[in-house]
Design a protein around this ligand. Structure first.
Ligand code: MRU
Length: 353
């Protein structure tokens, strides 16, 4: 599988290379992005998606802008960088990793404010590469911690795609599943298809198939029934933003799964790097939830010609929901496994710089 995101030097400046995830599983096509507007479009249209991957793309986008900026004066150059940060920040509102990565780039700009343009470009390129490398390392740490929670011969259920495609590689929820599989503990993965954009069916099943991890795709509405049949030993999902009290925003449908898991006495785990925790928000009700366009619901695929909903009927399409911390059995991070009370256990992981 190609890397989710890489940065390459070309004659005219940097290029950001991503897999176009909207084409999977039918086509594995790499896209070379050469302008911030292209990076923004790729994030907005989910060509690259998943909270950590969005952060990596945003960091790379700032470095890309610096390397290709045409501004003549230092003031205009700095203005162009600020503009690119503002454009990237406006792409998607929920995943806090995006804002975390942009803040990291802003700090790098401030640290090198007095340097020459060439020095600043190489400092930002280095910083973006570090954001990507750092994310990969965090995913591996999450996998190492999380596999301890998975009992031998488990059938686990996951939702959306929190895999290599959603991160710099390896994945968060899928990182735990990969590590547990390597340890011989996974019998099977139930993959929720994840309407409306089918990240489970298209992306998670594709990743698992590539590594010969046994998986079965179900529609979202089948999760209750497989749980009732005692065919699920644990649910494990990723996160887009976690409030300081442990409330978790993740792909729409996650909250329902958490309720089902509690009813059936199945552990419900969330796997995420600590930069997904937004310590400024006390509760999940403060997390901004992205609302997306109606076409994702009225049509079964981007280019489908026939709607599956009568034309003119109103559509509600929130991309994420919030699972209250009381339904979360543990939060697996790159710093360790947080157990309730999260307000205390997550506070211990706060990264201060
Ligand atoms: O809309 P998406 O596909 O970006 O949503 C992604 C998710 O909800 C993932 O579960 C989350 O970002 C965690 S990815 C490691």
């Amino acid at each position: 599988m190609p890397a989710t995101i890489t940065i390459e030097q070309e004659d005219e400046g940097l290029a950001v290379i991503i897999i176009d995830q909207t084409l999977l599983p039918n086509q594995t096509k790499l896209l070379r992005l050469r302008a911030v507007a292209e990076v923004c479009e790729a994030i907005r249209s989910l060509r690259i998606r998943g909270a950590p991957a969005i952060g990596c793309a945003a960091a790379a986008g700032v470095a890309l802008c610096a390397s290709r900026a045409e501004a003549r004066t230092q003031t205009a150059f700095m203005g162009q960088l600020e503009d690119s940060i503002a454009q990237l920040a406006a792409t998607r509102p929920t995943a806090v990793n995006l804002f975390w990565a942009l803040e990291r780039m802003r700090k790098a700009i401030a640290r090198h404010g007095q340097s020459s343009r060439a020095q600043l470009v190489s400092a930002l390129t280095l910083e973006a590469r570090k954001v990507i490398a750092d994310d990969l390392a965090r995913c591996h740490a999450i996998g190492r911690y999380g596999r301890q929670l998975i009992e031998p011969s488990s059938a686990v259920l996951t939702h959306c795609n929190a895999g290599a495609l959603a991160t710099a590689g390896y994945g968060t929820a899928l990182g735990v599943i990969r590590a547990a599989h390597e340890a011989g503990r996974i019998r099977q993965v139930w993959v929720d298809e994840t309407r409306p954009l089918l990240q489970g069916a298209r992306l998670t099943a594709w990743e698992l198939q590539q590594e010969d991890i046994p998986c079965v795709v179900i529609t979202d509405s089948m999760a209750a029934s497989v749980m009732a049949d005692r065919q699920v030993d644990a649910v494990i999902v990723g996160a887009d933003r976690i409030a300081a009290n442990g409330d978790v925003a993740n792909k729409i449908g996650t909250y329902g799964l958490a309720i089902l898991a509690r009813y059936h006495r199945i552990p419900f785990y969330v796997a995420a790097p600590v930069n997904t925790i937004d310590y400024q928000l006390t509760a999940g009700s403060e997390i901004p939830i992205e609302q997306r366009g109606p076409a994702e619901i009225t049509h079964l695929a981007e280019h489908a010609t026939h709607p599956i909903v009568p034309i003119g009927v109103a559509i509600h399409n929130p991309a994420f929901d919030v699972t209250p911390h009381s339904l979360v059995s543990a939060i697996i991070t790159d710093r360790g496994i947080a157990q309730p009370p999260y307000v205390e256990t997550l506070a211990a992981y706060q990264e201060l710089d």
